[in-house]
Design a protein around this ligand. Structure first.
Ligand code: SIN
Length: 275
């Protein structure tokens, strides 16, 4: 297995393996690479939906997404898709999958199924780099704080997507979520300190109003999206990307109007997170 960095901040490109036939030792190496680097893009895969599901189970459990359209044949697979005529995409703002859950997903495995001729890249940002860029004073303040995460303003009938041309594709409008997590967490495997708020799902700090929270959250969102903390995955047929949700944010670029893009995503069960 060969690994090349995707950027100075995070991510590796992996070649020389087939995920569908990975030996246990190779899987351990790949897991460690994801925990340390946040993102691994694996090229040139021959990876059926059944193999995708079987591979995901080797990481632990699967957290089925309650809002995205499920693949009609394989309910464990959420489809992240945008049709030629749609203008809105799924995941077009910086976010961490499922941070609104009590035990947020460990990560995701995303497989390219139909790609536009150009564009539709996915950007990732390192929350370790964002944490390390905080001043000592702000880091100390944030270390004692917790924040509220919810998906209600995104997926409920009066939420963001209901106003868009993606409304009919999404489901779970009746589902309400809420979780409170420390603003700075420790990575459950590596022990690395990470900033754990995100622009899509974190609404306010615990014990603060939204109005009071917004200026500081906006600062953290700006900090976390600095270009030098990012890497870019340019998809090709046969590409599979695995990311660690604790260590990263991601954003799906919406720059391919008039073309179809279909990705298969499986979200991996996580473990309790703490400061
Ligand atoms: C997502 O999981 O947010 C989607 C990422 C992508 O479609 O590139």
């Amino acid at each position: 297995m060969k690994m090349q960095p995707l950027s100075p901040a995070l991510g590796v490109e992996v070649t020389g393996v087939q995920l569908a036939a990975l030996a246990d030792a190779e899987l351990q190496e790949l897991k460690q690479a994801v925990f340390n680097n946040g993102v691994a893009v694996i090229r040139d895969q021959d990876f059926s939906p059944e193999q995708h599901i079987a591979f995901a189970k080797r990481w632990g459990g699967i957290d089925v997404n309650l809002f995205f359209p499920s693949n009609s044949q394989w309910p464990e697979i959420a489809e992240v898709r945008k049709a030629e005529e749609q203008k809105t995409n799924i995941g077009g703002g910086w976010h961490t999958d499922h941070s609104y859950d009590q035990i947020p997903a460990m990560g995701s495995i995303l497989v390219a199924r139909e790609l536009p001729p150009v564009g539709g890249d996915t950007l990732f940002s390192s929350m370790a780099a964002a944490h390390d860029a905080l001043s000592d004073g702000l880091r100390q303040t944030l270390s004692g704080m917790r924040a509220v995460h919810t998906s209600d303003h995104i997926y409920r009938p009066d939420g963001y997507y209901a106003q868009t041309d993606m409304a009919a594709d999404l489901k779970g409008h009746e589902v309400s979520t809420r979780a409170v997590h420390p603003v700075i967490i420790r990575h459950p495997v590596t022990g690395q300190k990470l900033l754990y708020v995100n622009a899509a799902f974190t609404t306010h700090f615990e014990g603060w109003t939204r109005e009071e929270s917004l200026p500081l959250l906006s600062y953290l969102y700006q900090l976390g999206s600095r270009e030098e903390f990012q890497c870019r995955v340019q998809w090709r047929p046969g590409s599979v990307t695995i990311w660690d949700n604790r260590l990263t944010w991601h954003l799906a670029q919406n720059d391919y109007h008039g073309h179809r893009r279909v990705m298969h995503r499986i979200t991996l069960t996580g473990e309790p997170i703490g400061a």
